[in-house]
Design a protein around this ligand. Structure first.
Ligand SMILES: *[C@@H]1O[C@H](CO)[C@@H](O)[C@H](O)[C@H]1NC(C)=O
Ligand SMILES: *[C@@H]1O[C@H](CO)[C@@H](O)[C@H](O)[C@H]1NC(C)=O
Ligand SMILES: *[C@@H]1O[C@H](CO)[C@@H](O)[C@H](O)[C@H]1NC(C)=O
Ligand SMILES: *[C@@H]1O[C@H](CO)[C@@H](O)[C@H](O)[C@H]1NC(C)=O
Ligand SMILES: *[C@@H]1O[C@H](CO)[C@@H](O)[C@H](O)[C@H]1NC(C)=O
Ligand SMILES: *[C@@H]1O[C@H](CO)[C@@H](O)[C@H](O)[C@H]1NC(C)=O
Length: 589
């Protein structure tokens, strides 16, 4: 019995070897997964290349037909005019010829009596001919030219598309910087990642797939971003949510790089206020304080459907919409929010790569941008705004441009391509110009909707006219631009020329303080409403930056709110990102 049982758990050789050498076993598994993935990727890209060029070919053929048709139509119109004129002139000439002939005949062969007889007839005929106006001036011209500039296009086609790849491997890739060991909570810290190939040589190309994950023991996550230096090195910028020990996992193509995960000690902020009580409470990750202190136990199913839920508990919430998911009315990491004057709410659903549109009272209307090969394909929509003409303006963080769609979701054009590094928020000013907050470049761009740059201002830093991490912008009735500075924990106001006017806010949990402000909106009275991401709350200020009040969100706490807007019926709509829903609140009531 024992013997048989033994046999049955060791069925064959390779598994015995596998259990003896688990490293080889798992290496084999990883390698075959990579190979499989590589092969899949190749055939998928083959398909993409075929489709891309087939579509280009189709576009070219369509254009060719259109031009040939236009040529035909233009020729036809001109030809008709000229031919008609020609016919009229021939007719006229014929009439005159035959009259002349008739007269000639009469004069040369007729008797005097006959001449007298035809005289009356002749004069009538001649006066009739004289009164007939013949079109002697050309009624058309012969211009028909073909103008085409193909050099630029040929050049573009010549360089169209690239195969993106590197030889970087995780086992040789290293990270350096003080930020791997320690950092100050609430302050941005940087780490440099250098990608290397299997021989330990620096990879000189960017675009490697690197992911970073920072976590505290209690499971809250920090905010960070990876900047590609395009030379094989990358900067990882992160902000520790609070003091304590953190774990930073840096992965290249899904595998830990050398030394990862790293243990980091986050110390208290240096500019901490003397009160130890407030020092202990500050710099929480999104919602950690509010959720823990104020969350009220309620049935798990209460908010779990995609449908509108009225607030059963009396705070300022009117209703909330959405859960995590990929379907209509569901969200995955929603970011920017806009409201139109015609009663619509628009949500940039960044990880679902679409914008969803709802009525003011929360009914799903439509969505667009969802996967496809249309020229308006969205990669990571983070900001959304509605132009007074009805167009929908979308900041696309990963595509590094801003797309404009008609109100019914048809792609019109893109602006800022080649200029923007990481557009996060968008807004429209009183002149109909598009205000773009470039989070990566730490810069605000102002464009005409046709893509012509009007002006730009700001760069990375903590100065008045600088940004440490700008996220969203709003425009007030004086056409002044209000920008949230996430890493400087402040809100900055500029005139339309980009000159600094005022700033308010500092890091903390008190009234008028912020822990990483994100969404911002201005109401008709010039009051400024700010989403306070790390404190998971919404604050209301007057136009000079004086704190007025909070929106009461205590019954159903926010978790890392992002974009924020005012609906046409005067409510505040906010992207409650961490809860994967949007919420509509009353305020100042
Ligand atoms: C009219 O007469 C002129 C000269 O006699 C000649 O060249 C022309 O072809 C004639 N036209 C017609 C329509 O008969
Ligand atoms: C005039 O008409 C006659 C007969 O109709 C014809 O034979 C002759 O060629 C014509 N002459 C001219 C100049 O058209
Ligand atoms: C990077 O790799 C991860 C895990 O393999 C994958 O989920 C993600 O889509 C990749 N990102 C890009 C931009 O390719
Ligand atoms: C890569 O680019 C960054 C930023 O431009 C620069 O600071 C760094 O020195 C470069 N590194 C190498 C190895 O070229
Ligand atoms: C917020 O609303 C809750 C629920 O109605 C209430 O108990 C609480 O007192 C309110 N907080 C403030 C500051 O008004
Ligand atoms: C924000 O900027 C101000 C200067 O405008 C600076 O004094 C302050 O230290 C900055 N705050 C943080 C948290 O970086």
């Amino acid at each position: 019995y024992m013997y048989q049982r033994h046999l049955s758990i060791i069925p064959d050789g390779p598994i015995v070897w596998g259990t003896m050498l688990p490293e080889i076993d798992s290496a084999l598994q990883v390698l075959s997964e990579i190979l499989q993935q590589l092969t899949n990727q190749k055939s998928s890209i083959e398909g993409d290349i075929h489709t891309t060029f087939d579509e280009l070919q189709k576009t070219l053929n369509v254009r060719k037909s259109v031009l040939l048709m236009e040529l035909e139509v233009n020729y036809g119109l001109k030809q008709k005019v000229l031919q008609a004129q020609l016919d009229t002139l021939f007719q006229g000439q014929d009439g005159i010829n035959s009259s002349c002939n008739f007269t000639e005949q009469a004069l040369s062969h007729g008797t005097e009596a006959e001449v007298l007889l035809v005289k009356k007839q002749m004069s009538e005929r001649l006066s009739e001919l004289a009164s007939r106006e013949l079109p002697l001036q050309p009624g058309e011209n012969d211009q028909l030219d073909f103008m085409v500039e193909t050099e630029g296009l040929k050049k573009s086609i010549h360089n169209l598309g690239t195969i993106v790849t590197t030889n970087a491997v995780a086992s040789e890739t290293v990270a350096t910087g003080e930020g791997l060991r320690q950092c100050v909570a609430g302050l941005p810290t940087s780490v440099t990642i250098t990608t290397k190939d299997k021989d330990g040589e620096l990879c000189k190309m960017g675009k490697a797939n690197i992911t970073a994950e920072i976590a505290t023991p209690d499971g809250s996550v920090g905010d960070g971003e990876i900047l590609d230096n395009k030379n094989g090195t990358y900067e990882y910028l992160y902000t520790a949510p609070k003091e304590g020990s953190l774990t930073l996992s840096l992965r290249l193509y899904d595998q830990h790089i050398k030394g990862s995960p790293f243990k980091i000690k986050a110390t208290k902020s240096a500019d901490v206020s003397p009160s130890t009580e407030s020092a202990k409470k500050r710099l929480k990750s999104p919602g950690s304080s509010h959720v823990k202190q104020k969350a009220i136990k309620r049935p798990a199913s209460m908010y779990s459907t995609g449908k509108r839920k009225e607030n059963p508990i009396e705070d300022d919430l009117i209703f909330r919409i959405g859960t995590k998911g990929r379907n209509k009315g569901e969200f995955t990491n929603l970011q920017g929010v806009a409201a139109s004057s015609v009663g619509k709410v628009l949500i940039a659903d960044s990880n679902n790569q679409c914008v969803q549109i709802f009525s003011n009272d929360g009914l799903f209307k439509s969505r667009f941008g969802v996967r496809g090969r249309s020229p308006g394909q969205l990669q990571r929509p983070t900001g959304v705004a509605v132009h007074p003409n009805g167009d929908i303006i979308i900041a696309d963080y990963d595509n590094k441009w801003v797309s404009i769609f008609s109100s019914d979701g048809k792609f019109k054009n893109k602006i800022g391509s080649g200029k923007l590094m990481g557009p996060k928020g968008v807004s429209v000013d009183r002149n109909g110009h598009v205000i773009i907050v470039d989070n990566k470049a730490c810069c605000v761009f102002i464009f005409q909707p046709n893509g012509k740059l009007v002006t730009k201002f700001g760069n990375r830093g903590n100065g008045d006219r600088q940004f440490a991490g700008p996220h969203f912008a709003a425009v007030n009735h004086n056409n002044e631009i209000i920008v949230t500075d996430f890493h400087n924990h402040s809100v900055k106001v500029f005139n339309p020329e980009g000159e600094f006017l005022l700033k308010f806010g500092s890091n903390g949990e008190g009234n008028g303080q912020f822990n990483a402000p994100t969404g911002v909106a201005v109401d008709v009275n010039g009051n400024i409403i700010v989403a306070d991401w790390g404190n998971s709350r919404i604050q209301v200020f007057d136009g000079s930056g004086s704190f007025l009040s909070y929106i009461n969100t205590s019954a159903d706490p926010l978790y890392g709110p992002q974009g924020l807007a005012l609906t046409s019926d005067g409510h505040v709509v906010v992207a409650d990102s961490g809860n994967h829903c949007f919420k509509v609140y009353r305020y100042l009531q």
